[in-house]
Design a protein around this ligand. Structure first.
Ligand SMILES: NC(=O)C1=CN([C@@H]2O[C@H](COP(=O)(O)OP(=O)(O)OC[C@H]3O[C@@H](n4cnc5c(N)ncnc54)[C@H](O)[C@@H]3O)[C@@H](O)[C@H]2O)C=CC1
Ligand SMILES: O=C([O-])CC(=O)C(=O)O
Length: 267
């Protein structure tokens, strides 16, 4: 039985928990929950009957095997470091935090010394299986173009001085490197960082706000000496959190299911 603790009981944390509760993910139990908004932890505990923890320290000290971070980029350092130091594997959804190379290398070193794993799901994008193989050649170009409805980008746009309600036509709201992208769109573009980690190449990122689109679209372009990959995913957003694509949560569910599979499909 795989015992899981969840930090961040929002759209993704709740979705994964429901898939454990309904038996889609077998031989697994959610045993501990933490959310800085206690109401979120309480409503999730009504579904999975797990212990509600006061803080991350209490959660990582518990009897569990895997901690899922589904909170925010700001939570990653504490959750991952404390999980690994307490002998737990960690699955990170807010991969954007790892754009900080120092943090990435610190956690990698810690996972190695503690003989633990850090899992980074493909999240809301596809093609990482092929991209990891393309990386064995020479990567020449990596581009991610993300188009989301204005409402999904609203908070970030306001911080950047846009008036989201005045956007009536599609508009490019960002073009630049992955570091500034995740700084400005921390809840929208984690996928650019996972792409950069997989390719070990700083992706060029373009973000478009489109008032007419209903889906979250990610267009991925990777050129390597081995070949070129073009993938376009069009994701249904979560009703509870339109910033997040359902595929991101399904990808984590799949990853957890695969931990127990005797046959591994794909790279
Ligand atoms: N890797 C990927 O492809 C994707 C990653 N994400 C990221 O996954 C994370 C979770 O996404 P959602 O479930 O949609 O978000 P959400 O906003 O629905 O839920 C996040 C929950 O975490 C809690 N929280 C936030 N900061 C916290 C902290 N420091 N400590 C404890 N609790 C905290 C909030 O109160 C909230 O209940 C976000 O960072 C999001 O940006 C989302 C979509 C795709
Ligand atoms: O869910 C998505 O479409 C992508 C996303 O929010 C992220 O990468 O942060």
């Amino acid at each position: 039985m795989l015992k899981i603790g969840i930090v961040g009981c929002g759209a993704i944390g709740t979705f994964i928990s429901k898939k454990v509760a309904d038996g889609t993910i077998k031989n697994t139990k959610i045993v501990a929950l933490y959310d800085r908004n206690i109401e979120k932890a309480i409503s999730l505990s009504n579904i999975v009957k797990a212990k509600i923890c006061r803080d991350v320290d209490e959660l990582v000290r518990g009897d569990l095997d895997l901690v899922i971070e589904s909170a925010s980029v700001h939570a990653v350092e504490e959750v991952a470091e404390k999980s690994l130091k307490n002998g737990k594997d960690v699955l990170i959804m807010s991969v954007g935090a790892l754009a900080d190379k120092e943090l990435f290398l610190k956690l990698k070193k810690l996972a190695k010394s503690e003989n633990r794993k850090i899992y980074l799901p493909s999240g809301a994008i596809g093609g990482l299986d092929a991209i990891k193989a393309l990386k064995l050649g020479e990567i020449k170009e990596v581009v991610l173009k993300t188009t989301k409805p204005v409402c999904a980008l609203k908070d970030a746009l306001k911080n950047l001085g846009y008036e989201p309600e005045k956007i009536k036509e599609e508009v490019m709201v960002y073009e630049g490197d992955v570091f500034e992208a995740i700084k400005n769109f921390p809840a929208n573009i984690n996928v650019a960082v996972v792409l950069s980690i997989a390719t070990e190449y700083s992706a060029k990122v373009v973000i478009v706000a489109d008032p007419k689109i209903k889906l979250n679209r990610h267009e991925i372009f990777v050129k390597s000496s081995i070949g070129t990959l073009k993938v376009c995913v069009e994701n249904v957003p979560f009703e509870e959190n339109p910033k997040t694509s359902a595929l991101a949560a399904y990808s984590a569910v799949r990853l957890i299911m695969d931990l127990a599979e005797p046959i591994k499909v794909g790279t």
